[in-house]
Ligand binder design. Sequence first.
Ligand code: COA
Length: 182
Amino acid sequence: MLSGPRLILRAIERDDLPRYVQWMNDPEVKRHLLPLPPFNFDDEIEWYESQRKDPSALNLAVVLKADNRHIGSVSLNHIDRQSQKAELGIVIGEKAEWYKGYGTEAIRLMVAYGFFTLNLHRIYLIVDADHTAAIRCYQRCGFKEEGRLRQNIYRQGRFEDQLVMGILKPEYREEMNTDYVR
Ligand SMILES: CC(C)(COP(=O)(O)OP(=O)(O)OC[C@H]1O[C@@H](n2cnc3c(N)ncnc32)[C@H](O)[C@@H]1OP(=O)(O)O)[C@@H](O)C(=O)NCCC(=O)NCCS
């Protein structure tokens, strides 16, 4: 379990899965995620079982310390031990909790875990170029824009640009609050 000022990150339990089904079928939540067809509980169980066995994936539940409420999920995927890199993913599924700084805190915790426990060197992500809140959140966590993937994703009838963003371990030391280093 990882602990920050207002959040804990813990393993995902089976009881959490219905919330993922709800979030992943919410058009506002999935607006900027990888396009998924309608998603049911069986799909969720299948995903849960496969990611638990996958050594290149780490998915954790984001939980509020104040009331123990599960509000989202943060992940490292494509963990590559040789090149010491992984791709970060984040979903705050409870929309009432958006823009309160929880996304930023969850990312900081996961990035610290990636660098200082998993010994990663690079953490990267791909984000829609018009996803202002997410980009702001990643910048606050020390991610830098590394490139623009022109018309990289087809959404709602048009091709949209995406950005590649990344943070390297030495940059983290310079930029991040050391409270998150465990
Ligand atoms: C993107 C997401 C993770 C951000 O999490 P969050 O907890 O809302 O983010 P934070 O509150 O930590 O930071 C959001 C930033 O956007 C700013 N912001 C607030 N309201 C905003 C709005 N309506 N539009 C754009 N930016 C806004 C905030 O001010 C904050 O920046 P600041 O800290 O400099 O003030 C969350 O909205 C989410 O899970 N969305 C759905 C899934 C998703 O899109 N995931 C990312 C895929 S790349």
